[in-house]
Design a protein. Structure first.
Length: 208
């Protein structure tokens, strides 16, 4: 049985869009206003985990389709990079989506989708596990697709005969549509008071 380390090194892997949408659903915020380093620290410190690195992943809309959101993410990601966050971004892929509107019939509109973000997050988390760079992987998401990642990381732990923990962190409130973390992980719900203490005072939205 692997020995649980006294000092637990933690890496945070943050799905930026998932975190934003969950914070919006749980707390009502209308734009990504978190300081991701403070938020990761707020999750790790009470549990005795030493936060060593933060990885952040997001899709970014094109300047043609959404110039204000493109500028917002460009500004925010640049600041994150300067502060030591490992940033990965990709352009959003747009496609038509049709929904049935009661009383009006089908309605088609253009939506942006992230492609490859969760795959890159999973690959980075696995690579760092293989390199024995962390003892705790903290995944900021409620995306159940990443439950397989937890299984793979545990297989790495068995192969290396060492202790590894996998946790999922997510904004949580009674109004949240789902209050579950990722299956096969330890759940770390973030209440509003904790989240609010980690709000970034900078406003990255372009000035009108």
């Amino acid at each position: 049985m692997p020995t649980e380390p006294a000092l637990k090194r933690a890496f945070a892997f943050v799905d930026g869009q998932n975190l934003f949408h969950n914070a919006r659903n749980a707390f009502g915020y209308t734009h990504p206003n978190d300081d991701v380093q403070k938020l990761a620290q707020a999750v790790c410190t009470p549990r005795g985990w030493r936060l060593d690195r933060v990885h952040f992943y997001t899709g970014v809309p094109s300047p043609t389709d959404h110039p204000s959101w493109h500028a917002f993410w460009s500004n925010k990601l640049a600041m994150m990079g300067r502060r030591g966050v490992v940033v990965f971004s990709r352009p959003l892929v747009y496609r038509d989506k049709t929904v049935q509107v009661p009383g009006f019939g089908p309605h088609t509109f253009l939506v942006g989708e992230e492609k490859g973000i969760d795959v890159r997050l999973a690959l980075d988390a696995l690579d760092a596990a293989h390199r024995q760079e962390y003892d705790v992987a903290v995944i900021f998401t409620q995306d159940q697709n990443l439950s397989e990642l937890a299984t793979l990381i545990r297989q790495v732990a068995v192969f290396q005969n060492r202790w590894i923990n996998i946790a999922s962190a997510y904004p949580d409130s009674p109004s949240a549509p789902t209050r579950r973390g990722v299956n096969r992980t330890d759940w770390c719900p973030i209440d509003q008071s904790t989240y609010d203490a980690c709000i970034d005072p900078r406003d990255y939205r372009p000035k009108p």
